[in-house]
Design a protein around this ligand. Sequence first.
Ligand SMILES: [Zn+2]
Length: 342
Amino acid sequence: MPEAVRVIYIIGAGRSGSTLLDTVLASHPDVVGVGELVNLHSAGWTSNEVCACGKLGAECDFWTRVREGWQRRVPEATVEGYVALQKRIELFSGLGLMQLARMLRQRFSPTADFQAYLRQTEALYHSIAETSGKSIIVDSSKHPIRGALLAHLRGIDLRLVHLVRDARAVVWSRKKALEADQKSGVQFAIKPRSAWHSVAFWAFMNVLAVITCLFRRRQSLQMRYEDFVAEPQAQLERLGRMCGLDYSATAHALLTGQSLKVEHPIAGNRMRMKGSVTLKPDWEWRDRLPVRDRAVCWLCAGWLLLAFGYGRNRVRKQMPASASPSWFASIWGCFARSTAKR
Ligand SMILES: [Zn+2]
């Protein structure tokens, strides 16, 4: 059996700064960042969207070689078949809790679909490791269900980074409409979302991320975007300890204003199309988010904002050790011990 590939999976809600974190983590010489891998088969290989290198998905050398390596490992797989498996196994139905319940059931009597999904997903990560020549992959898909599913793979050494950003910043980001522009990384026109919709999405994804991380408490950490941009050195030390990597050179580069190169993420925030990124905190929401939308955030998700250490007017210096009460974590830990690997 091939050696396990280490995957650093960024989990949480969209618009939380995961493209920035993906690029920063991928600046280590042993690491490759692939963006939102969850969308590779649909966006990159079916819709032929533009890779961050500027080429179309079907023309990018990196992703072409990844696809060849993937097909060699799982000759029975097809791109369309994998997308169909994703729809059945990864995507939310109802409150997403159905998938979690289904995963627990699969632990005891896995279906052919579930086994095919696991086999093909594992083969994808191994092909990326082989193609890139790197032993560690950063996947910023964020999707909590996919994060939970990766824990079932024996060939994956999974580390989870739950990236949290203030709900008010996410609401502000999702209020902006974007015109479709392939070259700048916006594949489809994006409609503005209401504060109600965005804060519900934020709370839902983050609660699922907390639950997913409870299954792997020793191989996961929570990190706030605000802490990362304010004190990158300390946060990279935390990340480095969990992932077994030394990020001191990256921290120095960020603190001295150097830019970090973006390689081949095929999907994700349009920031990936700029070729490189620098650490530039985004506090626009503080000046521009209307009072009414702030009130919606507190009304719908004030309890979760407080749990993550966000105050009405400021961010607490220290993030709480855990966003979930310790008694809940203990009960969940007992429950989770029986579910780790297929
Ligand atoms: Zn590319």
